[in-house]
Write a protein that binds this ligand. Sequence first.
Ligand code: DP6
Length: 324
Amino acid sequence: MDQNICIASPSLALIKYWGKKRMPGNLTATPSLAVTLGGLETETQVYPGPEDFVLLNGKVQEAERYRGFFEHLRRRLKVDQHFHVRTQNNFPSSAGLASSSSGFAALTCAAARAVDRALSPQALSALARYGSASASRALFGGFVLLPAGARRAEPLLPAEHWPELRILVAVVTEQRKPISSREAMTVTRLTSPYYRSWIRSSPKLIPQAVSALKARDIEALGAAVRLSYSRMHAVLLASDPPLTYWTARTLTVLNSCARLRREGIGVWETMDAGPQVKMLCLSSDVARIKQALSEQDERIRFIEAYPGLAPRFVDRAQREVRYA
Ligand code: DP6
């Protein structure tokens, strides 16, 4: 059977990368540690076509966002042909849910297959980085490291290491984010007086988070995760103009997490370049956390994610869910 649909899950950074090296290649200025989010999926099919063309959730995408990536892909795969891409997400796109990580991971795998190249996950990770740095992590399942300036990500621990871990996503709005993470990174680098301290201090959270992860110590991991996103958002807020992705509903969720922790429930939040809040917790606490948040605001929607798998290929008949 022809298995040409690639399914990839997004990569959520527990310890964030924010900022690029000042050299070509989309290399990250800070290291990151991430978990691949099972339950959230991008599905992508790629065919040879007369020109590069990307249809995401039925909408034609701006060619400019993909141009450099496709050119790099053709050079590295030593092909001339163009790619016709159909892709869909089962979660909101460009809303701070790391859709570019799963998007470029699935696209890289499906494009390599479309031209009959069997590449290692490491080689695919290096290619996906050109599309989006976080996509280099989404080439692996479980828990993944991307060292600062690295060309490819490294798998650290498989998903089975911590099956009870949950990442509860509070979707506070499905609107697209006002400014892309790429643009925001440039603004912070050029204008935020805190940027240099961020670059110096954020690597220190990696060893702390890695040992907590290895020991499955959610309290120690949660503390490092909170420091990482808080410091990243402090850099954003100190930019000129100040950049903030938070909404009133975001703050409701953050305050509820703090209250739940005071009451002894283990929940630690993180945020990316968008208003959604992702909460780290154990499966046994999910129902209680959802109930407490819904009591604060019944319009918050939840997606429950868990340590997920690396990209894989399926055929149409194997897809149980068709996304609209
Ligand atoms: C806040 O990987 O989306 O999610 O390489 O420019 O596409 P580009 O940026 P991207 O940035 C992700 C930033 C982050 C933190 C993280 O995932 O480490």
